[in-house]
Design a binder for this molecule. Structure first.
Ligand SMILES: Cc1cc2nc3c(=O)[nH]c(=O)nc-3n(C[C@H](O)[C@H](O)[C@H](O)COP(=O)(O)OP(=O)(O)OC[C@H]3O[C@@H](n4cnc5c(N)ncnc54)[C@H](O)[C@@H]3O)c2cc1C
Length: 264
């Protein structure tokens, strides 16, 4: 006999679904539901592409609507995205860029093409509205403290912007009143992701500032060249006292870490 927990009302739909789940073992109901419509799955998570944007020449931004099992994420986490390519299921990690407080079951992912890579290139070339991707539960410990600090500094480079943007959007949703500086590096102006969103966030956050650094252009940015500790002195003189979040290519990560070790 099927039993239900007291706080889960045994609606006729739930009873039928639970019974079907048992009868359909070992494959489970999701194997059959996805033959009808992949978004009907109950226990696994799928994301249907609703919108495709190409913000820069080598990235694609996907807005997904997730299936019912999705329970949200915390800013800074990642999800594993699965896609079938030539009959083989491939899985890669991507960090949602939207706020953790965003309404509904929306997920925004920005994928930077690795020219020699498989999944990023496939998504860049083939993603279209209606495409359905496998999505995992979120994971990762790159998270904002539950108790928001008074000063925050975010540093990112390239596609490392995604988890950091999610944090900034989350703070904006929460009306974060503290000082927050976001220092983002890109090759040139053409490579800056989310440019207008970043400008809007700088306005929305009362103590907010966004500074751009171009590593391969001599003008047009707040800072030029690769990261140096002087960049921090310029955009966030209080950086030694701030809680700092860093996400980017290994060279950037190493030089920022060196600056902090030096400052200790
Ligand atoms: C926590 C986390 C979050 C991430 N978030 C994002 C994000 O938000 N946005 C984003 O764009 N990326 C993100 N990434 C990176 C992403 O997961 C993928 O690694 C990236 O998209 C490349 O995948 P790919 O399948 O295109 O490349 P792959 O096919 O995995 O190849 C990657 C590189 O490895 C080389 N390679 C492949 N096979 C071999 C081999 N057999 N021997 C030697 N070299 C090989 C390729 O030449 C290529 O340069 C994240 C990664 C992690 C771990």
């Amino acid at each position: 006999m099927t039993t239900f927990l007291p706080d889960e009302p045994a609606s006729p739909t739930r009873r039928v679904a639970a019974l079907a789940e048992r009868l359909l073992t070992p494959h489970g109901i999701d194997r059959y539901l996805e033959l009808v419509d992949p978004m009907l799955v109950r226990n696994e998570i799928r994301g249907e592409v609703k919108r495709v944007r190409r913000q820069t020449a080598d990235t694609v931004t996907l807005t997904l609507w997730t299936s019912k099992a999705w329970q949200g994420f915390r800013a800074g986490q990642y999800v594993r995205v699965s896609v079938d390519i030539d009959g083989v299921r491939r899985t890669r990690c991507y960090s949602p860029a939207n706020s953790q407080h965003a309404a509904g079951r929306t997920l925004e992912l920005t994928v930077k093409v690795d020219p020699k890579g498989l999944v990023s290139r496939y998504l860049y070339e083939n993603a279209h509205a209606g495409m359905v991707l496998g999505i995992s539960n979120p994971g990762g410990e790159f998270l904002l403290d539950e108790r928001r600090p008074e000063r925050l500094l975010f540093i990112s480079g390239g596609s490392g912007v995604t988890p950091v943007l999610s944090m900034l959007r989350t703070l904006s949703h929460e009306g974060y009143p503290g000082d927050v500086v976001f220092l983002h590096y890109a090759n040139t102006a053409d490579d800056v992701l989310y440019r207008s969103d970043l400008a809007a966030l700088a306005d929305e956050l009362p103590g907010g500032r966004v500074a751009l650094g171009y590593t391969h252009a001599d003008s047009g940015a707040d800072l030029h060249g690769f990261f140096t500790p002087e960049h921090l002195d310029e955009v966030a003189p209080w950086w030694r006292d701030a809680q700092t979040y860093l996400c980017g290519p290994p060279g950037l990560m190493d030089s920022v870490r060196d600056a902090y070790t030096e400052a200790e």
